[in-house]
Design a protein around this ligand. Structure first.
Ligand code: SAH
Length: 340
Protein backbone atom coordinates (compact mmCIF):
# COMPACT_ATOMS: atom_id res chain seq x y z
CA UNK A 1 0.00 0.00 0.00
CA UNK A 2 1.03 3.55 -0.61
CA UNK A 3 2.09 5.84 2.24
CA UNK A 4 -0.10 8.94 2.12
CA UNK A 5 2.72 10.99 3.68
CA UNK A 6 4.81 10.41 0.54
CA UNK A 7 2.51 12.73 -1.42
CA UNK A 8 2.96 16.41 -2.11
CA UNK A 9 -0.32 18.33 -2.07
CA UNK A 10 -0.47 18.59 -5.87
CA UNK A 11 0.25 14.87 -6.29
CA UNK A 12 -2.42 13.93 -3.77
CA UNK A 13 -4.92 16.13 -5.61
CA UNK A 14 -4.15 14.21 -8.80
CA UNK A 15 -4.47 10.85 -7.04
CA UNK A 16 -7.87 11.86 -5.69
CA UNK A 17 -9.02 13.08 -9.08
CA UNK A 18 -8.20 9.64 -10.44
CA UNK A 19 -10.57 8.00 -7.97
CA UNK A 20 -13.29 10.51 -8.81
CA UNK A 21 -12.85 12.82 -5.82
CA UNK A 22 -12.68 16.60 -5.69
CA UNK A 23 -9.14 18.02 -5.33
CA UNK A 24 -10.04 20.13 -2.25
CA UNK A 25 -10.31 16.85 -0.34
CA UNK A 26 -6.52 16.67 -0.55
CA UNK A 27 -6.31 19.92 1.42
CA UNK A 28 -8.63 18.49 4.06
CA UNK A 29 -6.49 15.36 4.29
CA UNK A 30 -3.33 17.48 4.59
CA UNK A 31 -4.92 19.36 7.48
CA UNK A 32 -5.74 16.13 9.29
CA UNK A 33 -2.26 14.73 8.80
CA UNK A 34 -0.02 17.76 9.30
CA UNK A 35 -2.07 19.95 11.67
CA UNK A 36 -4.12 17.43 13.62
CA UNK A 37 -1.59 14.59 13.24
CA UNK A 38 -4.29 11.93 13.19
CA UNK A 39 -3.27 8.30 13.03
CA UNK A 40 -6.22 6.82 11.14
CA UNK A 41 -8.52 7.70 8.26
CA UNK A 42 -11.50 7.18 10.59
CA UNK A 43 -10.52 10.33 12.45
CA UNK A 44 -10.96 12.43 9.27
CA UNK A 45 -14.54 13.21 10.17
CA UNK A 46 -15.25 15.79 7.47
CA UNK A 47 -14.72 13.14 4.76
CA UNK A 48 -17.57 10.87 3.75
CA UNK A 49 -17.55 7.32 5.07
CA UNK A 50 -17.22 6.15 1.50
CA UNK A 51 -14.08 8.20 0.88
CA UNK A 52 -12.57 7.10 4.18
CA UNK A 53 -13.09 3.48 3.07
CA UNK A 54 -11.46 4.18 -0.30
CA UNK A 55 -8.50 5.80 1.42
CA UNK A 56 -8.14 2.88 3.83
CA UNK A 57 -8.11 0.45 0.92
CA UNK A 58 -5.46 2.35 -1.00
CA UNK A 59 -3.16 4.04 1.50
CA UNK A 60 -1.50 3.70 4.89
CA UNK A 61 -0.85 6.62 7.24
CA UNK A 62 2.53 5.19 8.35
CA UNK A 63 2.64 5.65 12.12
CA UNK A 64 6.04 4.83 13.54
CA UNK A 65 6.20 3.34 17.03
CA UNK A 66 8.62 4.73 19.58
CA UNK A 67 10.76 1.76 20.63
CA UNK A 68 13.00 3.72 22.94
CA UNK A 69 13.33 7.29 24.11
CA UNK A 70 16.39 8.60 25.95
CA UNK A 71 16.49 12.05 27.46
CA UNK A 72 19.71 13.91 28.18
CA UNK A 73 20.16 16.31 31.04
CA UNK A 74 20.58 19.11 28.48
CA UNK A 75 17.08 18.38 27.12
CA UNK A 76 18.19 16.50 24.00
CA UNK A 77 16.00 13.49 23.25
CA UNK A 78 17.05 10.51 21.16
CA UNK A 79 14.27 8.40 19.68
CA UNK A 80 14.53 4.90 18.31
CA UNK A 81 11.66 4.44 15.85
CA UNK A 82 10.21 1.20 14.60
CA UNK A 83 9.82 1.86 10.87
CA UNK A 84 7.32 -0.99 10.57
CA UNK A 85 9.39 -3.42 8.46
CA UNK A 86 11.60 -4.92 11.16
CA UNK A 87 14.13 -2.09 11.04
CA UNK A 88 14.68 0.84 13.35
CA UNK A 89 16.20 4.29 12.93
CA UNK A 90 17.29 7.04 15.27
CA UNK A 91 16.12 10.64 15.33
CA UNK A 92 17.42 13.30 17.69
CA UNK A 93 15.63 16.37 19.05
CA UNK A 94 17.83 19.24 20.20
CA UNK A 95 16.49 22.17 22.16
CA UNK A 96 18.04 25.57 21.60
CA UNK A 97 16.79 28.92 22.83
CA UNK A 98 15.86 29.77 19.24
CA UNK A 99 13.63 26.68 18.96
CA UNK A 100 13.43 22.94 18.55
CA UNK A 101 15.78 21.39 16.05
CA UNK A 102 15.44 17.84 14.76
CA UNK A 103 18.14 15.67 13.24
CA UNK A 104 16.48 13.19 10.86
CA UNK A 105 17.73 10.01 9.21
CA UNK A 106 17.42 9.64 5.45
CA UNK A 107 18.43 6.01 4.96
CA UNK A 108 18.54 2.75 6.91
CA UNK A 109 22.30 2.30 7.04
CA UNK A 110 24.77 4.22 4.86
CA UNK A 111 27.06 3.40 1.94
CA UNK A 112 29.63 6.14 2.45
CA UNK A 113 31.92 4.39 4.94
CA UNK A 114 33.38 7.49 6.64
CA UNK A 115 35.93 6.10 9.09
CA UNK A 116 34.93 8.24 12.08
CA UNK A 117 31.16 7.80 11.78
CA UNK A 118 29.01 5.45 13.85
CA UNK A 119 26.83 4.55 10.86
CA UNK A 120 29.82 2.89 9.21
CA UNK A 121 30.08 -0.83 9.64
CA UNK A 122 26.33 -1.40 9.60
CA UNK A 123 24.94 -2.71 6.35
CA UNK A 124 23.01 -0.44 4.07
CA UNK A 125 19.44 -1.70 3.99
CA UNK A 126 17.34 0.80 2.05
CA UNK A 127 16.36 4.39 1.44
CA UNK A 128 13.67 5.95 3.59
CA UNK A 129 10.73 7.28 1.60
CA UNK A 130 9.78 10.96 1.79
CA UNK A 131 6.88 10.06 4.07
CA UNK A 132 9.17 8.12 6.39
CA UNK A 133 11.45 11.13 6.69
CA UNK A 134 8.46 13.35 7.48
CA UNK A 135 7.02 10.86 9.95
CA UNK A 136 10.08 11.36 12.19
CA UNK A 137 9.15 15.05 12.53
CA UNK A 138 5.44 14.39 13.04
CA UNK A 139 6.07 11.81 15.77
CA UNK A 140 8.47 14.07 17.66
CA UNK A 141 6.10 17.07 17.44
CA UNK A 142 3.32 14.84 18.71
CA UNK A 143 5.48 13.53 21.54
CA UNK A 144 6.73 16.89 22.85
CA UNK A 145 3.50 18.75 21.96
CA UNK A 146 5.55 21.59 20.50
CA UNK A 147 6.47 22.70 16.99
CA UNK A 148 9.78 21.85 15.41
CA UNK A 149 11.42 24.92 13.93
CA UNK A 150 14.59 23.50 12.34
CA UNK A 151 15.33 20.30 10.45
CA UNK A 152 18.82 18.98 9.76
CA UNK A 153 19.54 15.96 7.57
CA UNK A 154 22.40 14.77 9.73
CA UNK A 155 21.12 11.48 11.09
CA UNK A 156 21.78 8.08 9.55
CA UNK A 157 22.43 8.02 5.81
CA UNK A 158 23.67 10.21 2.99
CA UNK A 159 20.74 12.45 1.99
CA UNK A 160 22.02 13.13 -1.51
CA UNK A 161 22.28 9.36 -2.11
CA UNK A 162 18.49 9.31 -1.58
CA UNK A 163 17.99 12.44 -3.63
CA UNK A 164 14.41 12.20 -4.93
CA UNK A 165 12.89 11.18 -1.60
CA UNK A 166 14.81 13.81 0.36
CA UNK A 167 13.79 16.61 -2.03
CA UNK A 168 10.20 15.37 -1.97
CA UNK A 169 10.25 15.38 1.84
CA UNK A 170 11.70 18.90 1.93
CA UNK A 171 8.91 20.19 -0.32
CA UNK A 172 6.28 18.81 2.09
CA UNK A 173 8.16 19.95 5.21
CA UNK A 174 8.36 23.40 3.68
CA UNK A 175 4.81 23.66 2.27
CA UNK A 176 2.49 26.04 4.18
CA UNK A 177 -0.17 23.30 4.22
CA UNK A 178 2.40 20.65 5.09
CA UNK A 179 4.68 21.06 8.10
CA UNK A 180 5.22 24.72 7.22
CA UNK A 181 8.88 24.91 8.24
CA UNK A 182 10.77 27.62 6.32
CA UNK A 183 13.34 26.33 3.82
CA UNK A 184 15.97 28.50 5.47
CA UNK A 185 15.44 26.40 8.58
CA UNK A 186 16.24 23.16 6.77
CA UNK A 187 19.82 21.92 6.27
CA UNK A 188 21.06 19.10 4.10
CA UNK A 189 24.44 17.70 5.01
CA UNK A 190 26.45 15.76 2.43
CA UNK A 191 29.72 13.90 2.35
CA UNK A 192 30.18 15.45 -1.09
CA UNK A 193 28.28 13.79 -3.94
CA UNK A 194 29.30 16.31 -6.59
CA UNK A 195 26.72 15.60 -9.35
CA UNK A 196 23.90 15.81 -6.79
CA UNK A 197 25.18 19.16 -5.52
CA UNK A 198 24.71 20.50 -9.07
CA UNK A 199 21.25 18.97 -9.25
CA UNK A 200 20.26 20.50 -5.92
CA UNK A 201 21.41 23.92 -7.11
CA UNK A 202 18.68 23.76 -9.75
CA UNK A 203 15.81 22.86 -7.40
CA UNK A 204 15.19 26.40 -6.25
CA UNK A 205 14.92 25.39 -2.60
CA UNK A 206 16.27 27.93 -0.17
CA UNK A 207 17.66 25.34 2.24
CA UNK A 208 21.18 25.38 3.66
CA UNK A 209 23.78 23.07 2.19
CA UNK A 210 26.37 21.69 4.62
CA UNK A 211 29.45 19.98 3.27
CA UNK A 212 31.28 17.46 5.43
CA UNK A 213 34.80 18.53 4.52
CA UNK A 214 36.89 17.39 7.52
CA UNK A 215 40.25 17.65 5.73
CA UNK A 216 42.00 20.05 3.38
CA UNK A 217 43.89 17.72 1.06
CA UNK A 218 43.04 14.53 -0.79
CA UNK A 219 45.51 12.36 1.12
CA UNK A 220 43.97 13.11 4.49
CA UNK A 221 40.39 13.31 3.29
CA UNK A 222 40.50 9.98 1.47
CA UNK A 223 41.68 8.28 4.65
CA UNK A 224 38.73 9.69 6.58
CA UNK A 225 36.14 9.58 3.80
CA UNK A 226 36.35 7.01 0.96
CA UNK A 227 33.90 9.12 -1.12
CA UNK A 228 36.84 11.47 -1.69
CA UNK A 229 38.36 8.86 -4.04
CA UNK A 230 35.38 9.35 -6.32
CA UNK A 231 34.89 13.11 -5.89
CA UNK A 232 38.20 14.65 -4.81
CA UNK A 233 38.50 17.96 -3.01
CA UNK A 234 39.19 20.09 -6.10
CA UNK A 235 35.98 18.90 -7.76
CA UNK A 236 34.02 19.33 -4.54
CA UNK A 237 35.21 22.91 -4.01
CA UNK A 238 34.40 23.85 -7.62
CA UNK A 239 30.91 22.38 -7.17
CA UNK A 240 30.49 24.43 -3.98
CA UNK A 241 31.56 27.63 -5.73
CA UNK A 242 29.14 26.90 -8.57
CA UNK A 243 26.38 26.17 -6.03
CA UNK A 244 26.95 29.52 -4.34
CA UNK A 245 26.89 31.27 -7.71
CA UNK A 246 23.68 29.55 -8.79
CA UNK A 247 21.77 29.92 -5.52
CA UNK A 248 23.32 32.94 -3.84
CA UNK A 249 23.27 30.89 -0.65
CA UNK A 250 26.05 30.58 1.88
CA UNK A 251 27.52 27.10 2.31
CA UNK A 252 28.33 25.65 5.69
CA UNK A 253 31.45 23.48 5.93
CA UNK A 254 31.66 20.89 8.67
CA UNK A 255 35.07 20.09 9.99
CA UNK A 256 35.38 17.42 12.70
CA UNK A 257 38.61 17.94 14.59
CA UNK A 258 40.59 14.80 15.41
CA UNK A 259 43.69 14.96 17.55
CA UNK A 260 47.01 14.94 15.66
CA UNK A 261 45.15 14.27 12.44
CA UNK A 262 43.59 17.44 11.05
CA UNK A 263 43.71 19.86 13.97
CA UNK A 264 46.99 21.73 13.79
CA UNK A 265 47.66 25.22 12.50
CA UNK A 266 49.03 23.89 9.21
CA UNK A 267 45.57 22.41 8.55
CA UNK A 268 43.93 25.68 9.49
CA UNK A 269 46.21 27.51 7.06
CA UNK A 270 45.34 25.11 4.24
CA UNK A 271 41.66 25.50 5.06
CA UNK A 272 41.89 29.27 4.78
CA UNK A 273 43.52 28.89 1.36
CA UNK A 274 40.90 26.42 0.20
CA UNK A 275 37.91 28.51 1.24
CA UNK A 276 39.25 31.97 0.52
CA UNK A 277 36.71 34.16 -1.25
CA UNK A 278 33.74 31.86 -0.73
CA UNK A 279 30.57 32.95 1.08
CA UNK A 280 30.70 30.31 3.76
CA UNK A 281 30.74 29.39 7.39
CA UNK A 282 32.84 26.72 9.09
CA UNK A 283 31.26 24.57 11.74
CA UNK A 284 33.98 22.99 13.88
CA UNK A 285 32.88 19.74 15.51
CA UNK A 286 34.92 18.18 18.29
CA UNK A 287 35.05 14.63 16.86
CA UNK A 288 33.24 12.03 18.90
CA UNK A 289 35.29 8.90 19.20
CA UNK A 290 33.33 5.86 18.08
CA UNK A 291 33.81 2.32 19.35
CA UNK A 292 37.13 0.98 18.03
CA UNK A 293 37.58 4.24 16.12
CA UNK A 294 41.06 5.54 15.48
CA UNK A 295 40.22 9.23 15.65
CA UNK A 296 40.37 10.92 19.05
CA UNK A 297 38.82 14.22 20.02
CA UNK A 298 41.11 17.26 19.80
CA UNK A 299 41.97 19.10 22.96
CA UNK A 300 39.84 22.14 23.78
CA UNK A 301 42.93 24.26 23.47
CA UNK A 302 43.56 23.12 19.89
CA UNK A 303 39.92 23.54 18.92
CA UNK A 304 39.92 27.13 20.16
CA UNK A 305 43.25 27.90 18.46
CA UNK A 306 41.92 26.44 15.21
CA UNK A 307 38.77 28.56 15.39
CA UNK A 308 40.68 31.72 16.28
CA UNK A 309 43.08 31.20 13.38
CA UNK A 310 40.18 30.90 10.91
CA UNK A 311 38.38 33.92 12.32
CA UNK A 312 41.56 35.99 12.25
CA UNK A 313 42.01 35.14 8.57
CA UNK A 314 38.59 36.06 7.29
CA UNK A 315 36.76 32.73 7.62
CA UNK A 316 33.75 32.75 9.94
CA UNK A 317 34.04 29.70 12.18
CA UNK A 318 32.13 28.52 15.23
CA UNK A 319 32.46 25.49 17.46
CA UNK A 320 29.41 23.28 17.55
CA UNK A 321 27.95 22.78 21.01
CA UNK A 322 27.89 19.14 21.95
CA UNK A 323 24.37 18.23 22.92
CA UNK A 324 23.22 14.88 24.19
CA UNK A 325 26.66 13.37 24.71
CA UNK A 326 25.45 11.55 27.84
CA UNK A 327 22.91 9.63 25.73
CA UNK A 328 25.28 9.03 22.81
CA UNK A 329 23.30 11.36 20.60
CA UNK A 330 26.24 13.52 19.57
CA UNK A 331 27.13 11.85 16.25
CA UNK A 332 28.45 8.91 18.13
CA UNK A 333 25.90 6.23 17.97
CA UNK A 334 23.20 7.47 15.70
CA UNK A 335 22.69 4.21 13.97
CA UNK A 336 20.04 1.85 12.90
CA UNK A 337 19.46 -1.31 14.82
CA UNK A 338 17.80 -4.33 13.38
CA UNK A 339 15.61 -5.86 16.00
CA UNK A 340 13.60 -8.40 14.08
N1 SAH B 1 25.97 11.68 5.32
C1 SAH B 1 25.82 13.06 5.62
C2 SAH B 1 24.97 13.36 6.83
C3 SAH B 1 25.13 12.52 8.07
S1 SAH B 1 26.42 12.88 9.19
C4 SAH B 1 27.18 13.72 5.72
O1 SAH B 1 28.20 13.02 5.63
O2 SAH B 1 27.25 14.93 5.82
C5 SAH B 1 26.22 14.51 9.80
C6 SAH B 1 27.54 15.16 10.19
O3 SAH B 1 28.12 14.54 11.35
C7 SAH B 1 28.59 15.07 9.08
O4 SAH B 1 29.32 16.26 8.98
C8 SAH B 1 29.48 13.97 9.60
O5 SAH B 1 30.72 14.00 8.99
C9 SAH B 1 29.48 14.26 11.09
N2 SAH B 1 29.92 13.13 11.92
C10 SAH B 1 29.68 11.82 11.74
N3 SAH B 1 30.27 11.10 12.70
C11 SAH B 1 30.89 11.97 13.52
C12 SAH B 1 31.68 11.85 14.70
N4 SAH B 1 31.95 10.65 15.21
N5 SAH B 1 32.12 12.98 15.28
C13 SAH B 1 31.84 14.18 14.76
N6 SAH B 1 31.12 14.38 13.65
C14 SAH B 1 30.67 13.28 13.03
Amino acid sequence: MKNIKDYKLEDLKNELKEIGEKPFRAEQIFKWIYDEKVESFDQMTNLSLELREKLKNNYTICNFNILKKQESKDGTIKYLFDVLDGNAIETVLMRYHHGNSICVSSQIGCKMGCKFCASTGIDFIRNLSGGEIIEQIIKVEQDIKEKISNVVFMGIGEPLDNYENVVNAIRIINHPKGLNIGARHISISTSGLVPKIYKLAEENIQCTLSISLHATNNKKRSIMMPVNEVYPIEQLIIACKDYIKATNRRISFEYALAKDNNDNLEDAKELVKLLRGMICHVNLIPINKIENGKFDKSTNENIIKFRDYLNAHGIVATIRRELGSDIDAACRSIKKKKFA
